[in-house]
Design a protein around this ligand. Structure first.
Ligand SMILES: [Zn+2]
Length: 441
């Protein structure tokens, strides 16, 4: 499949996934197309050889796996992990206030969003709502307004003369409220002026009372290719739905689904952008609980789970900072990575990334054999380095490599990346899943 077809599939995936809860639904829908069966954590699992399964925790983390022909203790797990969440704004529990006849919604800041990028854009809301039905039962649904609903207008430059010298700044408590309705009496009596009434109208008919929500603010502009040759693409949430899409595409290759000796595991975690400490994040027991159950399905011995972990390999996939020619001073010039020049292996001796020289060598070997170009990233010594799920999940005892594709404007409301890199990442993940050789050094 061509690079642009893969990239278009990614843009469609992101457009269908305006929140982490929607991302999990999008992943579930693709798994369903390939006859994956949903497992329930509260039930006993009876796993079959070559069976395709997935399990969801917290509605926003999901682990899919193909049960290998060999026991986990014999061949280990082949794992790839990514995260479903992206930095954004979230609607507060008591969100609404009125000023100068304008209804505004107050927001929390989720993760390290570049706040100014949310200004002057057609924003909408998506997420999950918990409610009471007419018959008194608790229920939940996903909502997605889709249409432009909210806005954070900038000040005119005439009222903010220093903006181009001092940068575009929003005071986090007072200046981020999103305008959502005109409360003046020009509107018809039936007009929505109350946010919960507006939300109620999005719920099923049996909804009696809204009890709580998780609502993510997102940009309604769809994904687009750009550049003289359409070699770039832009969208929200490229960090890290691009990695989720690569993982999923590699897993759902028919040869991987049918021929795998090892058990293939794809883990998609929420809450990476806020540290992963939650009941379903990468620091939770979600992955280890799931791996233990898979191991137990074929275990002959109480040591088999430990043997399986020791035999396993994890690719932690998250995006990387591409070189931006307008800002050369923020990169280690020996380790700048470039859009459309291949997948990035992230290395940090202080273990902000989980790559070690062995996992690096193994991944390079897979890239070479899959004919995929790669680049090495190391952060500047005088700037703090970010982290990802790799160093957390590797604490299970999993040898791990941290990789990702180069992108611009990470954590902007509108990010950019390269068409060719997306295919390259799919290809090397596909190779990792499909090779049956024991690659351990
Ligand atoms: Zn990320």
């Amino acid at each position: 499949m061509s690079a642009s077809i893969h990239a278009q599939a990614l843009l469609d995936f992101i457009d269908c996934s305006p929140s982490a809860w929607h991302a999990v639904k999008s992943i579930e829908a693709q798994l369903a197309d390939f006859h994956f069966q949903r497992l329930d954590e509260t039930q006993i699992w009876a796993l079959k050889t070559s069976g395709r399964y997935y399990v969801v925790r917290g509605d926003s983390s999901i682990i899919a796996f193909v049960h290998g022909k060999e026991s986990a203790a014999t061949s280990g797990f082949k794992l790839i992990g990514a995260h479903t969440d992206s930095p954004s704004l979230r609607i507060k529990p008591n969100p609404q206030s009125t000023a100068a006849n304008l209804a505004r919604l107050h927001v929390d800041i989720y993760g390290g969003a570049i706040l100014a990028t949310f200004s002057d854009r057609e924003l909408s809301l998506a997420g999950r709502v918990n409610y009471l039905t007419h018959s008194g039962n608790l229920a939940q649904c996903l909502v997605n307004f889709e249409r432009p609903l909210l806005r954070l207008p900038n000040l005119a430059i005439h009222l903010n003369r220093g903006v181009n010298e001092e940068g575009l700044k929003f005071q986090k408590q007072h200046e981020l409220a999103l305008i959502f309705a005109d409360m003046s009496n020009q509107l018809t009596p039936s007009a929505f002026t109350d946010f919960t009434e507006l939300l109620q109208a999005e719920l099923p008919n049996d909804a009696e009372q809204i009890l709580s929500w998780d609502l993510n603010v997102y940009d309604t502009q769809k994904g687009h290719f750009w550049g003289a040759n359409n070699e770039f693409f832009a969208n929200g949430q490229i960090d890290n739905l691009a990695s989720c899409h690569s993982v999923l595409t590699a897993l759902l290759d028919e040869k991987n689904l049918q021929n795998t000796q090892s058990t293939l595991v794809c883990a998609f975690f929420d809450h990476e952008e806020v540290g992963s400490d939650s009941h379903c994040g990468a620091a939770s027991h979600f992955l280890s609980d799931t791996l233990k159950r898979i191991s137990d399905a074929t275990a002959q011995n109480s040591q088999d789970f430990s043997r399986a972990l020791a035999k396993s390999f994890m690719i932690s996939a998250d995006m990387a900072h591409a070189y931006h020619p307008n800002f050369p001073s923020v990169y280690d010039t020996q380790h700048a990575v470039h859009i459309n020049q291949g997948v990035v292996i992230k290395i940090n001796v202080n273990q902000r990334y989980a790559t070690d020289s062995v996992s690096q060598a193994m991944f390079i070997d897979w890239c070479d054999k899959a004919n995929v170009p790669y680049q090495l990233y190391s952060h500047r010594n005088d700037l703090p380095c970010g982290s990802t799920i790799g160093s957390i999940v590797s604490q299970l005892g999993l040898r791990t490599v941290d990789v990702g594709n180069p992108m611009w404007a990470m954590h902007s409301c509108r990010e950019s990346a390269g068409v060719f890199d997306h295919k390259a990442m799919i290809d090397v993940m596909n190779y990792f899943f499909s090779t049956n050789s024991d690659a351990k050094l």
